[in-house]
Design a protein around this ligand. Structure first.
Ligand code: SF4
Ligand code: SF4
Length: 357
């Protein structure tokens, strides 16, 4: 059973000060010099925006950085000495995570522990405690309620805070959350303010629900039968293949692995973010590219998020954060696309031919 507590604004500030003083990295949505709101390390809770706009970039880069070293190698007397990157990390507490970003991390956990246990991902997961703040309903691009989440989803969070007068109703959700409360027990009071939080939660849910009411089961049914549907050509017309949607997405997790030699004897193996929206993502050594047109790549992104991942892991690989909509230079609107797909009958039209649409 989730424990319910209350923490005042000033007590949360003190808790953050105690964390920083103890050497724990404090991260939250904070402004950069250019005005962008991003998750970044902060030295004080005053820098962190606990509500308002969704940050431009997601929380995923704290678990899967855009580029990172996997190992270094060195040739040594006819053999190769390999040194893996350390996968033990210093403690980090995120305060002010948006629930959609916390939920995304939990969704990506599944693939990171599937055919291979990703030590770097889980090393960072283990070191990180996520304190989310229920959002007030986001903006017109948000649609978390249409993918089974909500502005106050607890998924992926260790503690969920819901704004109430003078502070936050706090739900302690995991052992890591309990450990945080125990270490700062004087900052919390028992009991919570569930009644006061309800009005905030209901209003936020209602606001997001108004943006999209598509049924994910209908969308999946369409996708599973609609590989050849002509709709993909129309949708793809707006896409330049820049990949921005994938890079800001909290659930897109594809990477490429490259070896970067420093000399003939030694070098570094890195992984770098990659995206299925890039033309060369599936280019084979033979020169053949099974996704040789942008419409195939858009379809792949939709299929992966709304049909393939749900079939394999029981999770939609989208939290409805709306970032891909806000960032797209071509005006691609996922919310509009989902609305359209949700209204189409499952099954390819009779005139469609098998092959690349
Ligand atoms: S951000 Fe827009 S233009 Fe760029 S790859 Fe994504 S859908 Fe295409
Ligand atoms: S696909 Fe778009 S709306 Fe869904 S999680 Fe990714 S960025 Fe957010």
């Amino acid at each position: 059973m989730t424990r319910q507590m209350f923490i005042s604004e000033s007590a949360l500030k003190s808790l953050a000060e105690e964390l920083v003083k103890a050497g724990t990295r404090l991260v939250g949505p904070a402004r950069e010099r250019n005005g962008d709101l991003v998750y970044r390390e902060a030295s004080d809770l005053g820098e962190i925006e606990l509500g308002g706009d969704p940050p431009t970039r997601s929380l995923k880069e704290f678990f899967l950085p855009p580029t990172e070293v996997l190992l270094t190698y060195r040739q040594k007397q006819g053999d190769v000495e390999v040194t893996p990157a350390p996968h033990v990390f210093a403690p980090l507490v995120v305060i002010g995570a948006r629930p959609c970003d916390a939920a995304a991390v939990a969704a990506v956990d599944k693939v990171m522990d599937w055919d291979y246990h990703d030590e770097l991902w889980f090393g960072r997961r283990l070191a990180t405690t996520i304190v989310s703040v229920a959002c007030g309903g986001g903006d017109a691009s948000c649609f978390c309620t249409a993918v089974g989440l909500a502005p106050d989803s607890a998924k992926g969070s260790d503690v969920l805070l819901v704004p109430v007068e003078g502070g936050f109703h706090a739900e302690i959700l995991t052992e890591k959350g309990e450990a945080l409360v125990k270490a700062h027990a004087a900052r919390f009071t028992e009991g919570g303010k569930a009644e006061a939080a309800k009005a905030y939660r209901d209003a936020a849910r209602g606001k997001v629900q108004a943006n999209l009411s598509a049924d994910p089961a209908k969308i999946r049914a369409f996708l599973e039968a609609g590989f050849d549907h002509p709709i993909w050509k129309g949708i793809a017309l707006r896409c330049h293949g820049c990949g921005a949607c994938a890079f800001v997405c909290p659930t897109c997790h594809c990477f490429d692995i490259v070896d970067e030699p420093d000399s003939i004897e030694r070098g570094t193996r890195r992984r770098n973010w990659d995206t299925c929206q890039a033309a060369k993502f599936t280019l084979h050594g033979s020169g053949h590219n099974p996704r040789n047109e942008q419409n195939c790549r858009i379809r792949q992104r939709m299929m992966h998020k709304f049909a393939i991942y749900p079939a394999r892991f029981g999770e939609i690989l989208c939290t409805g954060c709306g970032r891909c909509i806000r960032v797209c230079p071509g005006g691609m609107d996922l919310l509009e696309t989902l609305d359209k797909l949700g209204r189409l009958p499952a099954g390819a039209p009779a005139e469609a031919k098998r092959g690349a649409p």
